[in-house]
Design a protein around this ligand. Structure first.
Ligand SMILES: C[S@@+](CC[C@H](N)C(=O)[O-])C[C@H]1O[C@@H](n2cnc3c(N)ncnc32)[C@H](O)[C@@H]1O
Length: 232
């Protein structure tokens, strides 16, 4: 006796799959469009095509908080040196320090990542632009930046808003050429950064938020914090 088996597909029909995909993708696509991501993405594509290097965060890093920048600035973790160069072009006296020499624009002073090689209160304004999450001693570094700064410290950081951001952050940390190994709490939520600054008696006097769609290549929300150094 032979038994006949009939193949039964357990996969949902194609049109059901299509509806599921569309209902997931459409809200994402419209959010992306509404937040300006479409235009940013086109800009970025065009820049890549013609080899133009642009700082997509310049408006938030500089123009929107220009009044907090004093004459003597310290760029901590200055990277390729483009931002230090830009500040010099704005007429400021800028010193740059980093743990690696990645600069293609001029001089950078190397240091150990915690002890800034300058005297007390030497700068009006110090900058930590997307640097703290790379530090294995965030508090130690920030304390020493406070020591050398008279007025304001400007900190730019990628924020954790959802678990996906935390995952992106870990990928970013492990793929960066300046990765300093494992460290917990490298990336924080906005309220964790507020607590962190308060513990050091740094007052947040201004905050600029950069939408995750401004740079869709690495879509995270970024905050620029302007911190007032307490007078001693
Ligand atoms: C994402 S890049 C940012 C470069 C630059 N600030 C900018 O916004 O274009 C991070 C920089 O932080 C530097 N860095 C890493 N750990 C550091 C530390 N503990 N102290 C100072 N700089 C550090 C790296 O060498 C790198 O130049």
């Amino acid at each position: 006796m032979t038994t006949k088996y009939q193949a039964v597909s357990i996969a949902p029909p194609l049109h059901v799959l299509l509806v599921i995909c569309l209902s997931l993708l459409l809200p994402l696509a419209t959010t992306f469009y509404r937040r300006g991501g479409r235009f940013a993405a086109l800009d970025i594509l065009l820049d890549k095509a013609i080899g133009r290097k642009r700082d997509y965060f310049l408006d938030s890093k500089y123009y929107r908080i220009k009044d907090y920048y004093g004459f003597q600035c310290l760029d901590v973790g200055s990277g390729n040196g483009d931002y230090s160069k830009f500040l010099k072009e704005q007429g400021r006296d800028v010193s740059s320090v980093d743990v690696l020499d990645l600069s293609h624009t001029g001089t950078v002073t190397l240091f150990d990542g915690t002890n800034i090689p300058f005297g007390d209160n030497q700068f009006d304004t110090s900058l930590l632009m997307f640097v703290l999450h790379h530090s294995t001693d965030q508090k130690g570094l920030l304390k020493d930046v406070m020591r050398v700064t008279r007025d304001y410290i400007i900190v730019a950081e990628d924020l954790i808003v959802n678990p996906f951001d935390a995952m992106l952050g870990q990928i970013h940390l492990h793929s960066s050429p300046w990765a300093q190994g494992e460290h917990e709490d490298a990336f924080k939520t906005h309220s964790q950064w507020q607590t962190f600054f308060a513990e050091l008696k740094l007052q947040v006097v201004d905050t600029v938020t950069i939408s995750r769609w401004t740079y869709p290549v690495y879509p995270v929300v970024r905050n620029i914090y302007v911190l007032k150094v307490p007078s001693t």
